[in-house]
Write a protein that binds this ligand. Structure first.
Ligand SMILES: Cc1cc2nc3c(=O)[nH]c(=O)nc-3n(C[C@H](O)[C@H](O)[C@H](O)COP(=O)(O)OP(=O)(O)OC[C@H]3O[C@@H](n4cnc5c(N)ncnc54)[C@H](O)[C@@H]3O)c2cc1C
Length: 461
């Protein structure tokens, strides 16, 4: 990058908001995804949409790549500056602009941490439902750009179900606004949905209008163990068939249960094939009725043991088991890949069985847990990235896991996005025509291919 451009960037955002030392650049050369890193040439921290516009206009003119970044917690190498250039760090833009209780809407800048938004709306009896495991660190801009979900996805959906409007800076520095505060708005192409989940490849989001929901009046958590995986699978389908949509319906397979028990000693039997963790929420009377019905369904589907939380402490104990799943697996080996192959919920047992068979055949360690109610599983591969022979087997196992999820009618990603890690499978899901359509959109909005180049749709041809 020319030093003249660095000087221009300093002129736009202030010299203290442009980092160029090797130590600083190293910190922004990677994110939460194992296996990918590359040094940027500068880290630029804009404070306003106008500054973002000027930075992009300058980078576009010089054809320098720009990688938007929130907290860097994504699991698809979405913020890794693979071609050098500029990391555009959005965390200075962290104001909650408005909480509009008449319209149940919040307007916020992209650097607001999702947990902070939730704390701010809580005092009005409201929630912003998308709740990734990283809710205490991930930014609103990052979660909207990844279309992030979380534990409550079954009932509440993912980020795209809450984004009502966006302010976006295009690659050439023009600013556009999409959507707004009206629930009904069918004018034109749905640009709000297009930019949501676009992983920083189409524009830089500088303001976000989101829908809020009334906080549930009551919640009830349950845990059930199953000797047979198929019974757990039947129970998942039967709960939904009983017309109960739990806020959360999670599964842990045997490998995960054993690891969690070894790590956290939460009193789980280690010989079961699956554990389900369930939470229903809503109006107190409905929660009472629904939780009784869920217990009936669990019994009818051969649950070996059922625990129903009677108070907050018991609820915390149940969820401590689920929260321990990732740290417990991650502790086993130096490297952890959390995948998010997703299938229709009726196919969850088939998917878990297939993952176990793939793990055994390639001699790799995989624990599977995840959001069973919405079919969004996290086969978690633990390995050592320094061991080439093992990594060869790991990457073969990954290829097969994603092939099976597509064969079962699923998708490459339920919530983590594509980035670079899953790029090689995209054509299998979308076909040549689908890929051509997505690349045409990229080219129309970012003709010089400066925004997160090489991600989501691959190289600009
Ligand atoms: C332990 C762990 C648990 C996790 N659990 C979940 C989970 O339950 N559910 C889930 O969905 N995800 C989960 N994630 C993944 C991750 O937290 C999410 O992808 C989150 O949305 C990333 O937010 P971020 O602020 O860190 O974004 P970043 O990682 O900084 O960026 C994510 C993407 O958005 C782009 N981007 C960032 N800001 C902007 C902007 N303003 N404009 C345009 N593009 C932008 C980036 O270029 C990148 O492509 C987990 C990750 C970890 C490490």
């Amino acid at each position: 990058m020319q030093s003249g451009l660095i000087d221009s960037l300093k002129g736009i955002v202030g010299a203290e908001h442009v980092l160029t030392s090797q130590e600083d650049l190293l910190c922004y050369s990677y994110d939460a995804t194992p296996g990918f890193s590359h040094m940027p040439e500068a880290v630029v921290m804009p404070g306003t949409a106008d500054e973002v516009a000027k930075v992009l206009a300058a980078a576009n003119e010089a054809k320098i790549p720009v990688y938007p970044r929130g907290s860097g917690t994504n699991l698809s190498a979405g913020t890794v500056p693979l071609k050098g250039g500029i990391v555009l760090l959005m965390t200075r833009m962290n104001k909650i602009v408005e909480i509009d209780t008449a319209n149940l809407i919040a307007v916020a800048e992209p650097g607001v941490v999702v947990g902070d938004l939730n704390k701010a709306v809580e005092e009005f009896g409201l929630i912003y439902p998308p709740d990734p495991g990283t809710v205490a660190t991930a930014t609103l801009g990052g979660t909207v750009s990844e279309n992030a979900g979380g534990l409550r996805g079954l009932k509440y959906g993912v980020s795209k179900h809450y984004v009502m409007g966006l302010e976006v800076v295009l690659a050439d520095g023009r600013i556009l606004n999409t959507g707004g505060k009206t629930v009904k708005d069918v004018a034109g192409y749905d640009l709000t949905k297009l930019f949501t989940g676009s992983e920083g490849t189409l524009g830089v989001i500088t303001k976000i209008t989101v829908k809020l929901m009334p906080a549930p009046e009551a919640r009830r958590s349950m845990l059930a163990t199953f000797a047979k995986l198929d019974d757990a699978g039947q129970a998942i389908a039967a709960i939904i068939a009983a017309k109960i949509i739990p806020a959360t319906l999670e599964i842990m397979d045997n490998a995960t249960v054993r690891t969690v028990e070894d790590y956290a000693k939460v009193g789980l039997p280690t010989d079961v094939e699956a554990v389900l963790l369930i939470e229903v929420d809503g109006i107190a009377e409905v929660v009472e009725k629904d939780s009784a019905k869920v217990v009936e369904v669990l019994k009818a589907n051969n649950a070996a043991e059922i625990r129903v939380a009677q108070d907050a402490a018991e609820r915390d104990k149940i969820w401590a088991a689920r929260r321990a799943a990732l740290p417990a697996l991650a502790k086993l080996r130096p490297t952890t890949f959390v995948e998010d192959a997703t299938v229709p919920r009726s196919k969850v047992p088939d998917m878990i069985r297939a993952v176990n068979e793939i793990a055994a055949r390639h001699a790799v360690t995989i624990g599977t847990f995840g959001h069973a109610g919405d079919g969004n599983l996290h086969p978690t591969i633990v390995c050592d990235i320094r061991d080439d022979a093992e990594m060869d087997r790991v990457y073969k196992a990954m290829d097969e896991i994603f092939a099976v999820s597509l064969q079962l009618g699923g998708t490459l990603s339920g919530e983590h996005g594509i980035g670079v890690g899953k790029l090689r499978y995209m054509e299998s899901q979308f076909g040549p025509a689908g890929m051509a359509a997505m690349r045409a959109i990229k080219k129309a909005l970012d003709p010089n291919c400066i925004l997160n180049p090489g991600k989501l749709v691959g190289e600009c041809l």
